[in-house]
Design a protein around this ligand. Structure first.
Ligand code: ADP
Ligand code: MG
Length: 229
């Protein structure tokens, strides 16, 4: 099996600053779940943005799904990200003028492979959005409504998770996704997210400063600031 992510001799510094990320080697196989922890400023978000192809100008090699990011144009990296990565942040970035189904469906308007995967799975993009919202335990009565403002924080984060999952991207990148949740919502969120990821053999890269999440993960990476591992 070829790795989904392969990093070698990665070094990145913001202009005029000390090195923010330095990783000699890291490989993730399809379906592996990696927990990334470290103090504020230790380079966690920078590392995720490098792997997502949002940031360039690094030294060394990052391969995603067999593609070497350094050899791609910005446009090609955008395409690779849209097709292969579901992104989940602490802020949910849900659109209040769209109903929940359309919020979840958005990545399928940007990526033909994700649209096709959603249709293969459930017959239509809408039906797959419906399945994911149900699976993440959102109330069915809200699905067709512009109901973002009526949702609890925990529910909003589960809608954002459904949006990251739709179209079965090989990789989910999550930056502090549970920071806005209380303990009970956090545990429920992680349980539902992991159930869906295990079923679809999706790789997860999750950053958090919350050590309570570590137990859910088989792989761990601690960034110390200056970024060595
Ligand atoms: P973490 O996510 O672990 O809190 P970051 O990756 O955000 O850490 O930051 C790592 C280092 O890079 C910090 O020293 C931070 O000040 C710096 N940094 C982050 N984003 C930028 C930016 N856009 N421009 C310049 N420096 C940045
Ligand atoms: Mg961060």
């Amino acid at each position: 099996m070829s790795p989904l992510i392969e990093i070698r001799n990665l070094h990145f510094a913001w202009p005029g600053e000390a090195e923010a990320v330095s990783i000699e080697q890291l490989q993730l196989q399809p379906g592996e779940h990696l927990f990334i922890q470290g103090p504020s400023g230790s380079g966690k978000s920078t590392l995720l943005n490098l792997i997502a192809g949002v940031l360039s100008g690094f030294k060394g090699d990052i391969k995603l799904a067999g593609h070497s990011l350094a050899s791609l144009s910005e446009r090609q990296r955008d395409r690779l990200r849209a097709d292969h990565i579901g992104v989940l942040f602490q802020q949910f970035n849900l659109l209040p003028y769209l109903n929940l189904i359309d919020n979840v469906s958005l990545p399928c308007t940007l990526s033909a492979p994700r649209r096709e995967a959603a249709i293969r799975r459930s017959g239509s993009v809408q039906a797959e959005a419906h399945r994911l919202l149900e699976r993440l335990q959102l109330p069915t009565g809200l699905f067709q409504r512009r109901a973002v403002a009526e949702l609890s924080i925990g529910q909003q984060q589960r809608v954002a998770a459904a949006r990251a999952l739709i179209g079965a991207p090989e990789l989910i990148i999550a930056d502090e996704p549970t920071s806005a949740l209380d303990g009970a919502s956090r545990d429920r969120f992680m349980q539902l997210l992991l159930e869906e990821l295990v079923q679809s053999n999706t790789t997860l890269l999750l950053v958090s400063h919350d050590p309570a999440l570590a137990e859910h993960f088989s792989r761990h990476l601690t960034l110390e600031g200056g970024g060595s591992c």
